[in-house]
Design a protein around this ligand. Structure first.
Ligand code: SAH
Ligand code: MG
Length: 213
C-alpha cells in the first residue's frame, strides 16, 4: 500500500458501493485473487467517466471483466467498451460475466496479446484504461497515442508499483527491476511528451491521468 492504511480506510468509509451485480463480482474476484481496480481507483474512475463522458473506451487488461463492466455501468448512456485480455481462463470468465450482466452488446472482448492487437487496432478512443502488465506500458505507448482521440484521456493503473518505483533499483528484488526501470521510463514519457499533459496520483496503486493535447 502506497498511502497510509488508516487514510485509505477513512477515505473508503465514504464509499457508497456500486450496483449489487458489481459488488458481487468484486467479491468473487477478490476471493479468487484476481487483481481488479481498487475502491479508491473506482471512485476516481467514476468521477472521470462523469466529467469526460467518453463514447468510445479502450481497456488493456480485462481480467474477468470487472472494470469493463464498471465503465459500462457508469459511463455515458450508449458508450462502447473494447477490452483486451490474453489469459485464456480469464477470457472465458470475462465473456461469461458480460453475458450475466446482459452487456455483451456494449463490450467487445478482443482475445489475445495486446502487443499484437494494439498494432492492428484502428479507430479513435475517448478514454483508454491501461491496466495490464506494468512492464509493457512503455511499449504500448506509441499505439496508445495513435488510438487516443484529441482531448482523450489516458488512465494508467498501478504506476507506483506498490511503492517500489520510488526505491533505488538496488532495493527492489531482481525480478521487479525491469518493471522498475520501465515504469520510471513510462512516467517520464507521460510527463514529458509534447502531446500529453499528465499528473501522477498516489491513488490505489498509483494512477496517472494524461490528456492528449
Ligand atoms: N482491468 C481489470 C484488471 C486487469 S488485471 C479490472 O480492474 O477488473 C491485468 C490483466 O491484464 C490480467 O488479467 C492479465 O492477464 C492481462 N494482461 C497482461 N498483459 C497483457 C497483454 N500483453 N495482453 C493482454 N492482456 C494482458
Ligand atoms: Mg490495476
Amino acid at each position: 500500500m502506497i498511502v497510509d492504511e488508516r487514510m485509505v480506510a477513512f477515505i473508503n468509509s465514504f464509499d457508497k458501493g456500486n450496483t449489487p451485480f458489481l459488488d458481487n463480482l468484486e467479491r468473487e474476484a477478490l476471493a479468487a485473487e484476481v487483481p481488479i481496480i481498487r475502491k479508491e481507483t473506482q471512485r476516481l474512475m467514476k468521477f472521470l467517466l462523469t466529467v469526460h463522458r467518453p463514447a468510445e473506451i479502450l481497456e488493456v487488461g480485462a481480467a474477468i471483466g470487472f472494470s469493463a463492466l464498471f465503465m459500462s455501468q457508469y459511463g455515458p448512456e450508449g458508450c462502447h467498451i473494447t477490452t483486451i485480455e490474453k489469459y485464456e481462463k480469464r477470457i472465458s470468465l470475462a465473456r461469461e460475466n458480460f453475458k450475466r450482466a446482459g452487456r455483451q452488446q456494449q463490450i467487445t472482448l478482443l482475445a489475445g496479446d495486446a502487443v499484437d492487437i494494439l498494432k492492428e487496432l484502428k479507430g479513435s478512443y475517448d478514454l483508454i484504461f491501461m491496466d495490464a502488465a506494468k512492464g509493457q506500458y512503455i511499449h504500448f505507448l506509441p499505439d496508445i497515442l495513435r488510438l487516443l482521440s484529441e482531448g482523450g484521456l489516458l488512465v494508467s493503473d498501478n504506476v507506483l508499483q506498490d511503492g517500489d518505483v520510488v526505491e533505488s533499483r538496488f532495493a527492489v528484488t531482481r525480478r521487479n527491476r525491469t518493471i522498475h526501470a520501465r515504469m520510471r521510463e513510462y512516467l517520464y514519457e507521460l510527463t514529458h511528451h509534447p502531446r500529453l499533459e499528465t499528473c501522477i496520483l498516489p491513488v490505489g496503486d498509483g494512477v496517472t491521468l494524461s490528456v492528449k493535447i
